[in-house]
Design a protein around this ligand. Structure first.
Ligand SMILES: Cc1cc2nc3c(=O)[nH]c(=O)nc-3n(C[C@H](O)[C@H](O)[C@H](O)COP(=O)(O)OP(=O)(O)OC[C@H]3O[C@@H](n4cnc5c(N)ncnc54)[C@H](O)[C@@H]3O)c2cc1C
Length: 316
């Protein structure tokens, strides 16, 4: 019996979320008194996972699995699950992992529970605490079955170094046939991805037009943050869809979320509820977002942002 972590990577390098899932996997494998296997795809730095407690790292080196494909990746993982006698699979909360979780559960006839926020409350029966109703509530969920799949809410467990002497094995894998083809992949344009970001600078229709986004990008650059936006902004093509945050977009669990010229509609808030500190900049003192904010600035973004950038540049 082993615990398996799916370690996501981008352009051949591990994503930050892979260190958190490995940290969680190690803590859980210790509770279960079993070993931790981390599986990556076409990744050049997967050995780094040893630092977070991986007992064994399997890197699947297969050119056909370079771009994420939930079906192909699920079939590849299912081969390893069977070979290594895995009883528990841990995923991140990325959009890719969410697609993969459902499909993998289907083909392995297992149970999949998302948005887990801490180590299991109990091992036997296996009960996890998960956030639900767009992070407004928590539920304790019992998972039954021989194989269990959980995904971890980002930043809920954190990184825990746990140096071990894990081994790295590079394997190829049986060719996997799927009936669908990926026709287009839209990459996020910013340097830091929303899922990995500690800080997210997000802007809405209050910015008036795409030509004003240089302020947002500059603020994000000073803070080392990812850029994001409200739905109408991506619908109008001012920003790529990969930046759209909210109920129908990406969830954000950053430590700091700065919302500029965003009204704070319920569908937007649904995606950022689990961010820790929310700062709102809006020229309307009655904007609903202020009710959800930890800090607020009532002011014109076109005056506030340049001042904020110059103050931050002077300090950082
Ligand atoms: C089924 C459904 C799903 C949806 N899913 C999502 C979703 O996932 N994400 C999402 O974001 N929305 C979603 N929406 C849309 C949502 O209801 C809102 O319409 C949207 O969030 C509003 O975007 P906004 O705040 O950028 O624009 P607006 O509502 O137009 O707000 C602009 C804000 O900017 C402020 N402002 C204007 N000028 C300035 C200035 N100079 N300086 C500072 N502030 C200024 C205004 O006071 C206002 O508060 C969804 C809607 C539906 C029906």
């Amino acid at each position: 019996m082993s615990v398996l972590v799916y370690s996501e990577s981008e352009n051949g390098k591990l994503k930050k979320s892979s260190f958190e899932t490995a940290s969680y996997g190690k803590a859980l494998s210790e509770k279960l008194e079993t070993n931790l296997i981390c599986v990556s795809f076409n990744c050049s730095d997967s050995k780094l996972l040893v630092k977070y407690g991986a007992d064994k790292i399997i890197n699947i080196d297969n050119a056909n699995l370079k771009e994420f494909n939930s079906k192909k990746h699920s079939h590849a993982l299912s081969q390893i699950i069977e070979k290594e006698d895995v009883s528990l699979v841990i995923l991140s909360s990325s959009a890719d992992a969410k697609y993969l979780g459902g499909y993998l559960a289907g083909i392995t006839d297992s149970a999949y529970v998302s948005n887990v926020v801490q180590l299991p409350e109990s091992i036997n029966p296996f009960i996890v605490r998960r956030s639900c109703f767009t992070n407004k509530a928590f539920s304790s969920t019992e998972i039954i079955g021989d194989l269990k799949i959980i995904s971890i809410s980002s930043n809920s467990f954190g990184l825990k170094e746990n140096n071990g002497d894990g081994t790295l094995e590079t394997i190829n894998i049986k060719e996997i046939e799927t009936s669908f083809k990926v026709s287009n992949i839209e990459k996020q344009s910013g340097k830091v991805t929303i899922a990995d970001a500690d800080i997210v600078v997000s802007a809405g229709r209050g910015l008036k037009g795409p030509e004003n986004w240089h302020m947002i990008e500059e603020l994000a650059e000073v803070l080392g943050a990812a850029t994001a936006c409200s739905k109408p902004v991506s619908d109008m093509g001012w920003r790529p869809h990969s930046e759209h945050v909210g109920q129908t977009g990406k969830p954000v669990s950053s430590n700091l979320y700065i919302a500029i010229g965003i009204s704070g509609a319920i569908q937007h808030l649904a995606g950022i509820n689990s961010s820790k500190i929310k700062v709102v900049i809006n020229n309307d003192p009655d904007a609903p977002f202020f009710k959800a904010a930890d800090y607020g600035i009532v002011g014109d973004a076109f005056e506030v942002i340049p001042k904020l950038i110059s103050k931050l540049r002077a300090r950082l």
